[in-house]
Design a protein around this ligand. Structure first.
Ligand code: RNT
Ligand code: ZN
Length: 420
């Protein structure tokens, strides 16, 4: 289906007046909106396989075997470009260390920026930034599912060396692209059943992190963040890198924190944390995901949780400051579709938050007219965001409404379906 451009422009003019009546200048909002960056997680394109040909067990649970996944860097990058073409804002790409293209056959402990030269050149050409992750999973050096908190010193040393190498790479990426690269540390280390000493493993992790983070880098190039988690499959009773552990560690050591929307108790919302955490650090990375009953990493959709995240990011003045990335993996549907649904949902929720007549809500609160605050917030839920979103897509030259779905189906028939 093709949308009538003239009609979209007309509908936008009406929406613009509606918002103006509430004191919101939609043209100004759009200017700011186009500058916002969302980091697209490379791992949705190939089920976190990476380019190492590793066939052992992974600590991330990906389900589905839909045909057409990217088999090499060229295919992955082509798919990413396709996804960008469906989104009206700015982007980064979030890479994992196991996506290195290592001509020298480097192990993870000896990776260099050179191993990411193709990614850096591609990012430059596509005008996008890069984020980076040490990769502590899907590897022979994972020891009883542990890495930085393993009781075995040789295991810890290997992973410390790996992460030091990754920090250097992140720094090189930031420097080359002229924008901060966020380097994230997530480890799966934990236990299926109750440990005798919870403290012991946390002491080991603290010591490993101290070693990894010893060298200081220019924060314009690179910032470190640590990502906690409540539980994983096989680590139901105990995860060494819990939220409390990392939040305390991050604040004490002046690094940042990564908040993943799937990593907390099911009714706990990361959006509620922004106003607290941001008073103590300006280095926050979001992993926007969708947990269904558990940390299931479903495709992000435009639900209450996502809107709460974007609303709080806006209300706390964090848009453009906080790093926002997607983190999920669905291998049961067209992977380019999965990426795009999440990216467009996050973009639209962000736009909706930016368009919110927040000043009216704040005024009602300042006047302690809490009835008005509630009533306004209900009325504002159905403002014509879609009219502005469609106009934004048109203005940025990306497909409007469902047009991208026809295009992605054509891409599947012409490209994805032909992959072996
Ligand atoms: C795992 C974390 C982590 C991973 C990626 C692949 O629970 O969310 O961020 O999803 O590193
Ligand atoms: Zn995550």
């Amino acid at each position: 289906m093709n949308y009538n451009r003239e009609q979209i422009a007309k509908i936008y003019e009406i929406a613009k007046q509606t918002y103006a009546a509430y004191g919101v200048d939609t043209d100004k909002v759009l200017e700011e909106f186009y500058k916002q960056k969302i980091s697209l997680h490379c791992w949705q394109g190939d089920d976190i396989a990476g380019f190492e040909n590793f066939t052992g067990a992974s600590q991330n649970v990906v389900t589905g075997n839909y045909p057409g996944k990217a088999r090499n860097p060229e295919e992955l990058r082509a798919d990413l470009e396709k996804v960008f073409s469906y989104s009206p804002i700015s982007h980064k790409v979030n890479l994992h260390a196991n996506y290195a293209e290592s001509a020298e056959g480097h192990g993870r402990d000896e990776l260099t920026p050179e191993d990411f030269a193709n990614w850096i050149a591609w990012a430059k050409a596509n005008n996008c930034g890069l984020d980076f992750n040490s990769t502590f999973f899907a590897h022979d050096m994972m020891n009883r599912n542990m890495s930085l908190a393993s009781p075995d010193k040789a295991t810890r040393d290997y992973w410390i060396k790996h992460s030091k190498a990754c920090r250097k790479i992140a720094n090189a990426m930031g420097e080359a692209l002229g924008q901060t690269c966020v380097h994230n540390i997530w480890i799966p280390d934990g236990m299926k059943d109750n440990p005798a000493s919870r403290k012991y493993f946390r002491e080991l992790l603290k010591d490993s992190l101290d070693q990894i983070l010893e060298e200081k880098y220019d924060e314009n190039n690179m910032v470190d963040v640590v990502e906690g988690k409540l539980f994983g499959i096989g680590t139901e009773c105990y995860v060494v890198g819990s939220y409390d552990f990392y939040l305390a560690y991050a604040i004490k050591n002046n690094i940042g924190i990564c908040l993943d929307s799937g990593h907390y108790h099911p009714t706990e919302q990361i959006a509620d944390k922004f106003s607290a955490v941001s008073l103590f650090t300006d280095k926050i990375l979001l992993h926007v995901s969708r947990g269904v009953r558990w940390d299931s990493d479903h495709v992000t959709i435009n639900n209450d949780e996502l809107n709460f995240i974007m609303q709080e990011a806006k209300r706390c003045g964090l848009l453009g400051k906080m790093h926002i990335g997607l983190d999920y993996f669905d291998a049961s549907i067209n992977r380019v579709t999965a990426w795009t649904v999440g990216l467009r949902a996050a973009g639209k929720a962000m736009l909706s938050a930016m368009l919110e007549p927040t000043a009216m809500l704040e005024k009602a609160e300042q006047d302690w007219n809490l009835g008005n605050r509630l009533a306004y917030s209900e009325e504002f839920k159905n403002l014509p965001v879609d009219a502005v979103w469609n106009y934004a897509c048109m203005q940025q030259g990306v497909p409007v409404g469902t047009e991208w779905i026809d295009d992605v189906n054509a891409y599947e028939a012409e490209v994805l379906a032909k992959r072996g």
